[in-house]
Design a protein. Structure first.
Length: 247
């Protein structure tokens, strides 16, 4: 059985739900539009969404005409929300960790993931398992926190600031050192895995994929200026990285 993860922590879950319910948030304003633009035609396709969370993407794929959508996640709270708020006849939700993808005995035309692979300890194995689940010619489209972001280890300020605390630019420290990162985000000891961009690319290629597209996110300057409390005025640092890969 998949172990409990941070999203089943009450404080973390409630904070995350609050962030996603805000009309102006990183996921809906920055991340989702880029990921959606990279997707192939989903009509009639069999889809797997890894780390499906609250089910927003699964519902998006259902509405786009997917034949079926399987959303998997480790969090009972997230899956409960998804089943309640983002359900459809062609969507199935299942509790399954991505370490256990080899338990699936079906194949898919498109596999997606939104900001879940940061939690993967063995990124190479994850990609090999995904490759095995795809039909020939199938696509993997995913987003992750950008390595510039995951390099942060909690031992320094993420940003250089003015005397008034306004962010001037992002600091980069220990980028070359890969592995676990622990820091405080809502709860103590929040954990992600940091990898260099070259490692991400090499793992994708080693799994057998052809990279068709790679994107890095930007906060549009007008949005940053309109919402400095949320986006901090820092418009030159990519928060997310995206890959479209074909088998």
């Amino acid at each position: 059985m998949a172990q409990q993860n941070i999203y089943d922590n009450d404080a973390f879950y409630e904070n995350f739900k609050s962030l996603r319910s805000d009309e102006i948030n990183f996921n809906d304003i920055i991340e989702t539009p880029i990921l959606s633009a990279m997707l192939p035609d989903m009509k009639g396709k069999k889809i797997l969404d890894i780390g499906c969370g609250m089910g927003q993407h699964a519902m998006q794929y259902s509405n786009a005409g997917a034949a079926s959508v399987l959303g998997i996640d480790i969090s009972e709270k997230m899956l409960g929300y998804a089943r309640d708020k983002n359900s459809a006849d062609n969507i199935t939700y299942r509790r399954l960790a991505f370490e256990d993808l080899n338990r699936l005995d079906e194949r898919f035309d498109v596999i997606t993931s939104s900001l879940a692979f940061d939690y993967s300890e063995d990124f190479g194995k994850l990609l090999r398992d995904i490759f095995a689940l795809l039909n020939d010619g199938g696509y993997l489209v995913f987003s992750m926190s950008h390595p510039i972001s995951t390099a942060y280890d909690g031992t320094y300020d993420r940003y250089t600031r003015t005397q008034d605390g306004v962010r001037l630019y992002a600091n980069l420290h220990n980028y070359i050192i890969e592995g676990e990162r622990h820091f405080k985000w809502v709860v103590d000891n929040y954990e992600v895995y940091h990898r260099k961009i070259s490692t991400l690319i090499n793992c994708i290629a080693s799994a057998g994929f052809i990279i068709e597209e790679c994107q890095e996110s930007m906060v549009p300057e007008d949005i940053a200026n309109e919402h400095p409390d949320k986006f901090g005025g820092v418009v030159h640092q990519p928060d997310f990285i995206f890959f479209k890969c074909r088998k």
